[in-house]
Design a protein. Structure first.
Lengths: 135, 1021
């Protein structure tokens, strides 16, 4: 029983702290631009301020890993491109396919976003960190 | 010679003078020999300065009147050194009565045993100066001749006979020696028209300085002739013989006027031995024959001259020369053969009045060496120019060469050092040449007309121990067509073999029942860079070829091969080929065999040296037709049957009219057109076209089984586990790359589509109908567009894309939809679904399945993980548990209501693939009072993180993490309550539902097929 009480207490404590944690809303303006992965320097992401024509709630972005391909290899709005929208700290990306077969959603949570730093947590819990690259 | 004649004339004059003196003395002083002889000696003493003897002199007149005769015996003139003249007997009877009138009739004239020896010493003093110079004597003689008596005619009533034992002339001053022995002269000059001169001598010697011009020559002249008026002479048969060399003349010669003679003469010789004839030529004159020619045999000559000879006119001459039984050789370093049976018969017609009409005819010019013989015949016309001078014109020659060549005698010409090269057989045939001589000497061979027919019987050739060929009969014909184009040789050739057997090395054997080649060739013989033009028609009988394990048989191949240069560029080659055959069979050991009933190929090519691509270089045009073909492969359980393939190709258009292939249960047909290949290769345009692939039946299962069996056969070549792919070091990677084939690159600048129409197909055991769609190749991208089909298990639609922007950056993606698919068929067709949705196996019923995925790979088709994208949606309604036994077990265990049907309301699952992450979006299954939901993540390294939760009747969750080898299962909060039981939660996760819907919608937006159970538009689902 002690263990059960301990677990219930711990759970309540966790819920309490979670409830008190305040989400600091980040500035979308900071997201625009080119980012370089801190762990994999060959991985880049670019967030554009360009609105998707037929879906104005989204904007365009693209990503590439130079271990596999270069920026010039990307087909406009195809594989490597994604639509994104930021709602508070939720970053929803709809990744595009070259053959137009589907849009693959990725729900990420922004953990850090400044003018130079950007980190997000994927839904499976993995965190990716980037630094702004001057173009 | 003049000096010798002078001496002879003086001697003869002296002799005649002596006779006249004797006659005068005899007539007017003494008539008896006893008295007359001393008188004559006395007179001779007065007249001659040399010593002399005269045995007797007898004159007759009255007893022989009207003939006056004189007979002198034993005349000898000599000096202290030698005898100048000696005559045993000298008799002459002259008709005095006629002589007075000027007609000299000699009844008898005999000079017996005459011996003359004339010498000139080294100081130039001759022994012939024997007369005492006397002006009276001379004047007396002159007086006699000036008396007005002239000779009107001379005749011999009896033959004049003269016998000279020796006639010798020695000139030490000029180193000249001449000698005639046993000289006999008989002259019949009767008073009628008959004349006969017979002259013989047993030996003639003549030496001048150190050169001996005549050595023991025998001379015989027999001249029977007659003349009625001493103006026209008829020679019955003149025979002039020097040793064994006889020249006979007969015919007529007449005097027309002082400068014109009429001739009709025939001249002929006997057979002259060449070596003996050449021996007559003094050695100092050098060899008549060129030193490289050795020749002997017999020659003969005959000629006929007819017509008037004058300063303005020449008689016509027909001459003929024979060479008989000749033998000899030509420089053996060049022609190492001894020729025998040399035989020639050459005729010439000479009209010097019209020199351009002079002709020469070779009736026969024959030579033989060993078993080889050559015979030439022919005619030459226009030998001389029609000119006053003898200028060689440009003879036109029409020659015929007959050959009979025993090939083994010419093996040395193909012999190579260190190897064996031989040939056997007999070449025979005729070659006819018609040409102007200048065209040959000045190498204008384009104007030469040549016509030849040759045959080789029993041909057996071995060349350098590698090539062996035999043929019963080889025929070769050649005919040239004279042209006025300089250096252009135009010829028709014909080549034929009967029963040709060829062997090259140890591996290649070929047997041909016959070959006939007919060719028209045009060759520029001076310009070695110009490409010959040839049109070759060929026809063959049965052809058997074996090379190593490859055996081929072709029945009656025939066709046309044309090669040459293009009109605009002599260096640019063009080739045209037409080939057809009634039957073709080929096999490669036990692994492969093929046969066809008949096939035909018509091909042409024009070479363009400026192009850098093979197709552009040759500009091929090809018409191909193959019928009733069949191939048997050891790796295939059934033959590949080809009823017909018919297509034509050019760099502009590639058109497949028909291509039917039957492979097991499958049959295919491909037809269509492709355009602008040339422009595409030149990078000036894009390839466009549409091909139609149709099939009544395609057994995909059977084809896959074939492919699998082929892969099994090639398994040893794939990398072994000990040599894994992607090793870090460069070296093993490079080695590996060497063994990997190049990736398929989709051509750029190409817009081609393949329209597929398969009426029936068997796929994964299912009968599929109306399988159709298009495959596009468009500028480096290959798209399988909306390939739809229907089977008993589902309606399906497939779209796929393959593009190759770079060799190491290749895209592959697909978009696949299955509507009304049976759950188990789906798992059977796509086993990976079972891995991702394991509970699906327990259901039965029809669902919709949509999947799209794509990635880039490198040149070895290895994934580029950062480019992986994919999504999958599965939706089903009214599904049931697999079997009642399982359902009963579950229902008992979970205390289902008794009325509960074995039925699930619905299932809707979405899965996405992004890079290394497979996300299984939460989905819910409801049955009876139970509701279960699950979702989670799956990684390419096969680790996972799933959450399963029960939402009815209790909330209970389980986290399943790890991998299949190390799995942890822990109780957890039911995460998906707000997704599927929102009425129990205020905080409904609408976002999650929208995302799931977004996935489904984006997947369905390309679906063209409709579900039977769902009339709603899938796009709006």
């Amino acid at each position: 029983m002690k263990k059960i009480y301990f677990l219930i207490a711990a759970a309540l404590l966790a819920v309490t702290f979670t409830s008190c944690q305040k989400d600091e809303e980040t500035n979308e303006q900071d997201l625009y631009g080119k980012w370089q992965n801190k762990e994999n320097a060959k991985e880049y992401r670019v967030f554009y301020n360009d609105i998707v024509a037929n879906d104005p709630t989204y904007k365009w972005g693209k990503e590439w890993d130079e271990n596999d391909r270069y920026e010039d290899d990307l087909t406009e709005h195809g594989n490597g491109w994604f639509k994104w929208k930021k709602t508070k700290n939720n970053l929803l990306e709809l990744h595009q396919m070259d053959n137009g077969g589907a849009e693959i959603p990725q729900e990420n949570t922004i953990t850090v976003l400044t003018a130079t730093e950007f980190s997000y947590k994927r839904k499976d819990g993995k965190i990716y960190s980037f630094t702004k690259v001057k173009e | 010679m003049k000096k010798a004649l002078k001496i002879a004339g003086i001697s003869l004059g002296a002799l005649v003078g002596l006779v006249l003196i004797v006659i005068c003395v005899a007539l007017y002083v003494v008539f008896t020999p006893k008295r007359l002889t001393p008188i004559v000696n006395k007179v001779a003493d007065d007249m001659l300065v040399c010593q002399h003897e005269l045995k007797s002199v007898e004159l007759t007149f009255f007893s022989t009147f009207p003939f006056f005769g004189v007979a002198i015996d034993g005349v000898q003139l000599y000096t202290e050194q030698d005898t100048l003249l000696k005559v045993d007997e000298l008799v002459a009877f002259v008709n005095v009565k006629k002589a007075i009138d000027g007609d000299i009739e000699v009844q008898k004239l005999l000079i017996s045993n005459l011996d003359i020896n004339v010498c000139i010493d080294s100081l130039g003093q001759g022994n012939y100066d024997i007369l005492v110079a006397s002006e009276d004597t001379v004047s007396a003689v002159e007086d006699t001749t000036s008396g007005g008596w002239t000779v009107k005619s001379v005749c011999l009533s009896e033959p004049m006979k003269m016998n000279v034992q020796h006639l010798r002339f020695t000139d030490k001053h000029d180193s000249l020696f001449a000698q005639i022995e046993d000289f006999r002269l008989s002259v019949e000059l009767p008073c009628d028209t008959q004349t006969h001169v017979l002259l013989t001598t047993e030996s003639i010697d003549f030496t001048y300085k150190t050169t001996q011009y005549a050595n023991n020559l025998k001379l015989r002249l027999d001249l029977p002739a007659h003349s009625s008026d001493y103006q026209h002479f008829f020679i019955d048969s003149l025979a002039l013989q020097l040793n064994d060399f006889l020249v006979s003349v007969k015919g007529y010669a007449g005097i027309v006027d002082s400068v014109s003679y009429d001739l009709d003469l025939e001249v002929a010789t006997n057979d002259w031995q060449i070596s003996e004839l050449l021996a007559l030529v003094p050695a100092d004159f050098g060899a008549i024959m060129p030193p490289e020619i050795q020749l002997d045999g017999k020659i003969a000559f005959s000629a006929q001259a007819k017509g008037v000879y004058s300063p303005t006119e020449m008689p016509l001459v027909d001459a003929r020369v024979w060479l008989k039984n000749g033998h000899g050789n030509y420089d053996k370093t060049v022609l190492p053969y001894d020729f025998s049976a040399l035989d020639a018969d050459i005729f010439a017609h000479v009209d010097l009045n019209k020199k351009d009409q002079i002709t020469a005819t070779i009736h026969k010019l024959y030579a033989k060496t060993g078993k080889t013989s050559v015979q030439l015949s022919g005619k030459a016309t226009h030998i001389l120019k029609d000119d006053t001078a003898f200028v060689v014109a440009n003879p036109f020659c029409d020659l015929k060469l007959r050959l009979n060549v025993n090939l083994p005698e010419f093996n040395q010409y193909i012999a190579t050092e260190g190897t064996t090269s031989t040939m056997k057989g007999v070449l025979s045939g005729n070659i006819n040449v018609q040409t102007q001589l200048n065209d040959v000497t000045e190498e204008r061979y384009n104007r030469v007309k040549l016509n030849g027919d040759l045959a080789i019987r029993g041909l057996d050739v071995q060349y350098e121990d590698t090539i062996f060929a035999t043929a019963d009969l080889l025929k070769l014909g050649i005919k040239t067509h004279p042209t006025n184009t300089p250096n252009l040789l135009v010829a028709d050739c014909e080549l034929g073999f009967d029963k040709l057997r060829a062997k090259m090395g140890k591996d290649l054997n070929a047997n041909l029942s016959f070959i006939n080649l007919k060719a028209n060739a045009q060759v520029d013989i001076k310009d070695t860079t110009a490409i010959p033009t040839a049109d070759i028609q060929f026809a063959m009988g049965d052809v058997d070829v074996a090379m190593d394990t490859i055996v081929a048989f072709v029945k009656n191949p025939k066709g046309l091969l044309a090669v040459g240069s293009t009109k605009h560029d002599k260096q640019a080659q063009r080739v045209n080929v037409n080939l057809s055959a009634d039957q073709l069979q080929a096999s490669m050991g036990k692994d492969m065999s093929a046969k066809t009933a008949n096939f035909s190929i018509a091909a042409s090519a024009r070479y363009n040296k400026k192009a850098d691509n093979l197709l552009l270089k040759w500009n091929p045009r090809l018409d191909f037709n193959l019928e009733q073909a069949q191939a048997d492969l050891a790796t295939l359980p059934f033959p590949v049957v080809i009823p017909q393939i018919k297509f034509n190709y050019s760099n502009r258009d590639f058109k497949i009219d028909t291509s039917n292939i039957i492979l097991g249960n499958s049959n295919f047909s491909l037809a269509g057109e492709i355009h602008n290949l040339g422009k595409w290769l030149r990078k000036e345009g894009i390839v466009e076209g549409e091909m139609r692939f149709t099939s009544e039946m395609t057994d995909v299962d059977e084809l896959l089984a074939i492919v699998n069996s082929l892969e099994d056969d090639t398994e040893p070549t794939t990398p072994t586990p000990e040599q894994p792919k992607g090793a870090d070091s460069d070296e093993p990677q490079a080695t590996q790359q060497d063994s990997v084939s190049e990736p398929f690159m989709v051509p750029q600048q190409m817009n081609v589509s393949f329209v597929t129409n398969i009426k029936r197909a068997k796929v994964f055991g299912e009968d599929v109908r109306n399988l159709g769609g298009k495959i596009y190749i468009n500028d480096g991208v290959m798209i399988l567009e909306e390939m739809g089909f229907i089977c008993d298990a589902a309606k399906l639609q497939l779209q796929a894309m393959y593009k190759t922007p770079r060799k190491d950056h290749i895209y592959a993606g697909f978009d696949y939809h299955m509507v009304d698919v049976d759950v188990h068929k789906l798992i059977e067709m796509i086993p990976q679904v079972d891995t991702l949705l394991p509970m699906l196996r327990t259901f039965e019923g029809k669902i919709q399945f949509h999947i799209a995925a794509e990635t880039f790979v490198n040149s070895q088709y290895q994934l580029k993980p950062s480019t992986l994208r994919g999504a999958c949606a599965l939706e089903g309604k009214d599904l049931v548990v697999l079997d009642n036994e399982t359902f009963n077990t579950i229902s008992k265990l979970l205390l289902f209501k008794k009325k509960t049907e074995n039925k699930v309301d619905s299932i809707s699952a979405q899965i996405t693939l992004y890079k290394d992450l497979v996300t299984v979006y939460p989905f819910c299954v409801t049955m009876d009072k139970y509701m279960v939901a699950m979702g989670g993540s799956h990684y390419l390294d096969m680790s996972f993180d799933y959450h399963v939760c029960a939402l009815k009747p209790v909330y209970l969750g389980v986290d399943v993490k790890g991998n299949f080898d190390d799995m942890s299962i822990k109780l957890a909060k039911a995460k998906y309550a707000k997704d599927f039981r929102p009425h129990f939660h205020r905080d409904v996760d609408e976002n999650a539902a929208q995302i799931r819907q977004l996935i489904s919608n984006s997947l369905k937006k390309n679906v063209k097929i409709k579900s039977d159970t769902d009339n709603a538009d899938p796009k709006n689902d």
